[in-house]
Unconditional design. Sequence first.
Length: 733
Amino acid sequence: MRGPARLRLVRLHVEGFGRLADYVLEPPAEPGVLVVAPNEAGKSTLTAAIFHGLFGFSDKSEEEARRPWGGGPYAVALEWALGERSTCAIRRDFDTQRVAVEWCTDGAIDRRWEGEPNPRGRSGDRAAYDDELRRLLGFVSSEVFRQTAFVSPGAAAVRPLAAELLRLLSGSERADFRAALLEFEAGWYHLTRADITDPQRPMKHKTRQLEELDERRAELVARRENARGGRDARRGAEEELAQVHRRIAELERDVAGREETARAIERTRRIREEIGDAERLRQEMDRGIERFVEWERRVREKTAALEPLVRYLRYPRDFADRVRRLRDLREQVSRRAAEGAEAESEVLRAPRPGGPLGLGAAGVAAATIGLVLAALGTGGAAGYAAVPVGVALAAFGLGWAWVRRSRRRERVVRWTALQAEAARLDRERAAVAETLPFDSSAADLDLHLERWERAHQLRAELDGMQEARPALGDRETLERDRRSVKEERLDVLRLEQRRLLERHPYLEIGADYERQFLQDERQRVEERARLETRELQLRRRLADLPVAADDPHRLAAEIARIDEETARLRLERDAHRLAWRILTECKDEFVQVMTHRLGRRIGRVFEAMTGGRYSAVEIHPVSLELSVDGIEKRGIPAESLSRGTRDQLYFALRVALLQELAADRALPLVLDDPFLHFDLERLGRAEETLRRLGSLHQVLLFTHDARVAGWSSFPQRRLPAVGAGAVASPSAD
């Protein structure tokens, strides 16, 4: 089941409205937006721009007060999204009272409308624009929008269940119930003097149209009965006597055909048995033919599936093992090639022993020089010290060169071994590939293997079906026997049965026809005796009746005319009472149902906002006042609650009215600081309530409260402070 279509404000462009000029607000899609701004920064101006952009100004002075402070265009443009497919753009110019509406569905323009629906005027454009609002919001009343979806500063306490809201919630047009009831009562008492509340009790003293017609008809009926008494009695006796004669003749004809009917009953019984046997035999043959047809169909399907794979049946029996071996060799060759490339890279990166050898040579040179200096006695202590240092350098350099050379040799050996292993595997792969009956270099080995297995599977299934073929019998023989049973037995028996039933329809009564036939025969004999007795009585009665003297047709025609007039007036009378009663019941029932339903819907929201402290809300069906049930006390009037709790209750009422009013769409909530009197606990529950509502309704919350500004449930937009005389523009956002 689909949910209500969500109505969402996509873009608000304030071209000029109060302190705002060329300002754009684009709320995010989910779940809404929290607009934070200090006092006098333009929050109320933004909410008023949304409201009056939809409905205009009904008060000229208020319209002038909202004129742009810095001059320029005085206009507002709103873009709405209705569901997933439709958008509606509305631009209202307050200077010219010109409104343009453009509907788009799936990105294509669905409808354009332009006019001057000034709410203070009476032009036809206003009614046309109301149709556009009804398509967008589900209603056209600005007061309903103000008391449900729009909360301006200090307006949290909506007047509960205003009369206009009740009419709109019921889906009816504005009407005066009392005037309609009085009109229906007048129509009732014009026709009858009976009480409209209790038709069995007279209400007026003077007779009205229906009572006068009843009196006239009673008089005519008495005269007509007196006029045609004897004539009707004779006519009835004559008609009854004719009926007795006709029935006696029918019974005599039935007795004559009794023997033929008995023979037809017996033959029909035998025909039904023979038809049943033939039908069972034909059904058995049909099942045999169906099995044969199914076998042929399956053979054709498997043969067709095998045809493109038949060449795989000619491949050697170890074809699958060769393919798998080739696939494994391919993988091993690729793996050895990768390892060889890596070993080659390691050989190329291995450092050569040139550097360490140079260091060793330097050490030998230093030791030699030290020995020479020591031998000549010219170097002193330095010559003796150079000898061990040179020896140490030479030993270190030669050792380092030996390590590098050993490591390089190991890498070269590993590289050479990997190249040899790769070459051997490649030769084995080439040898296996030559044994396959296709070019294996570009073939998909898994695909060939799958086709080979599928071909052998289909061949095995076909062989099994061919082995089962003799058990199915001969199709031509089955079809010939079936035609023989139908044409030589069934058709002949059914033709004979149809002819018997045409001559004797009585035979269709079923399996108990013989017993029923004998019972009917006894009843006919008894009926014949009664009819003969009745015939004698009627002849005696006709001899005693006098001949009628008067013709009552004229009186009957007059009575028929009065009956027609009475029926028409009674329908008119009943229509007046039915309309009066339905209107009365609907009025009472609607108030009862709507107040109960609204009370339950309000109670769910109110219970969540108060943390379960108050569990239910009731609306008095007469006074329409609210009362709540608390943990300790029931039926607490709304006026007895604290200011914060009362604001919670009225906010829950707004949400319930909004959901009840527009059940086919989820309207947005435009809130301008509605929680000023809430403490931190109430604010926490209000945030949770708005977060849940945000899953279905777009929430536009404008506030200067730092406590609300700390909420994390909604993305934020901020308006900077605007000084006296200044104008907010996009650069200030």
